[in-house]
Design a protein around this ligand. Structure first.
Ligand SMILES: Nc1ncnc2c1ncn2[C@@H]1O[C@H](COP(=O)(O)OP(=O)(O)OP(=O)(O)O)[C@@H](O)[C@H]1O
Ligand SMILES: [Mg+2]
Length: 254
C-alpha cells in the first residue's frame, strides 16, 4: 500500500499550569510507517499521545487527520475518524474473555452502540470483527481465555487486538513492549511489523534495540520538546541525541 499521510500535528503545546509538558511538537504519521517516539522519563511522550488521541486537549497547535482539522475533537470523535490508542498501563477487562474484550472494543466505535447492537446481526458482525482482530494481533486460539489470567505479553497483544477492532488507521501505542521478556517482545515486534504494512504507528518505547530494529522514523523528545527527528541512521548519528542519550556505558539505553 502506498504511503499516505494520515495524521499531522503542528506545533502542539500542552501546558499544565506553569508546566509545559509539550512545546511546539511537530509530528507526521504515515500509513506504512512505524514512527518511534523516544525520550527520557517525563520528556512528554505520553502527553503527546494524549493530545493526538483526544485524551488531553492541546493548549495550542493543530492536529489534522487526512487534512481535516480535528484539534477540537474529543477522544470518542478521534476514534470515529480512525485514531486508536493503547495506554502505558494495561487497560483491559481482566475478568472477561479475550473475545469479550475485543468484541466490546469493536462495538465501542459504533455510535449509539446500545441501540444498534440489540440487533443479532450486528452482534454477529462484532464477533466476526473480534475474531479477525484477535488473529491479527497474534492471539489465535485464545478467544476463550480469561484476559486477566494471560501473560503480560499476551495482555498487551490483546490491547492491540482491541485497537484493531475499532478499525483504527492510526495506532498510538504507549510503551506496548514495557515489562516484556525477550520472547514476548519479539512476538510483539512481529505483530507491529505486520501492522505497519497497512497502518500508521506511533510507538513510544524505551528499548533502543527494539526501536532501531523496527522504526522507519524516530523522533526524540527531551523536556517537552523535539530534540531531533529523522531516520534511524540520522538519529544514531545526531550529535544532540548522542549527547542526551549516550550514557555512562556508552549505550543508547535510557
Ligand atoms: N495530567 C497532568 N497534569 C499535570 N502534569 C502532567 C500531567 N500529565 C503529565 N504531566 C507532566 O508532564 C510532563 C511530561 O509527562 P509525560 O507523562 O508526558 O512524560 P513521558 O515522556 O510519557 O514519561 P514516561 O517515560 O515516564 O512515561 C511531566 O513533568 C509530567 O509530570
Ligand atoms: Mg509516558
Amino acid at each position: 500500500m502506498d504511503n499516505q499521510i494520515l495524521l499531522t500535528a503542528s506545533n502542539i503545546t500542552k501546558k499544565y499550569g506553569g508546566l509545559v509538558a509539550n512545546q511546539d511538537v511537530n509530528l507526521v504519521l504515515e500509513r506504512g510507517k512505524l514512527h518511534a517516539l523516544l525520550g527520557p522519563n517525563g520528556a512528554g511522550k505520553s502527553t503527546c499521545i494524549n493530545m493526538l488521541s483526544g485524551d488531553a486537549m492541546p493548549t495550542s497547535g493543530k492536529i489534522e487527520f487526512l487534512g481535516q482539522d480535528i484539534t477540537q475533537y474529543k477522544a470518542a470523535q478521534r476514534s470515529q475518524v480512525g485514531i486508536g490508542r493503547s495506554y502505558q498501563r494495561t487497560n483491559i477487562f481482566p475478568q472477561f474473555t479475550v473475545l469479550e474484550n475485543v468484541r466490546l472494543a469493536a462495538q465501542s466505535r459504533k455510535q449509539e452502540a446500545a441501540k444498534i447492537f440489540k440487533k443479532a446481526s450486528s452482534l454477529i458482525w462484532a464477533i466476526e470483527k473480534a475474531h479477525l482482530s484477535i488473529e491479527e494481533a497474534g492471539l489465535r486460539g485464545r478467544d476463550t481465555s480469561i484476559a486477566g489470567l494471560m501473560s503480560h505479553g499476551e495482555q498487551r497483544q490483546l490491547e492491540i487486538a482491541m485497537v484493531l477492532a475499532t478499525d483504527a488507521q492510526v495506532f498510538l501505542l504507549d510503551e506496548p513492549l514495557a515489562g516484556m521478556g525477550s520472547d514476548e517482545s519479539e512476538k510483539m515486534v512481529n505483530v507491529l511489523k505486520k501492522l505497519r504494512e497497512t497502518k500508521a504507528i506511533l510507538l513510544v518505547e524505551h528499548d533502543m534495540d527494539a526501536v532501531f530494529a523496527v522504526a522507519d522514523v524516530i523522533t526524540v523528545m527531551v523536556n517537552g520538546q523535539v530534540l531531533a527527528s529523522g531516520s534511524p541512521g540520522q538519529i544514531k548519528n545526531n550529535a544532540a541525541v548522542q549527547e542526551a542519550y549516550l550514557g555512562q556505558e556508552g549505550s543508547f539505553h535510557v
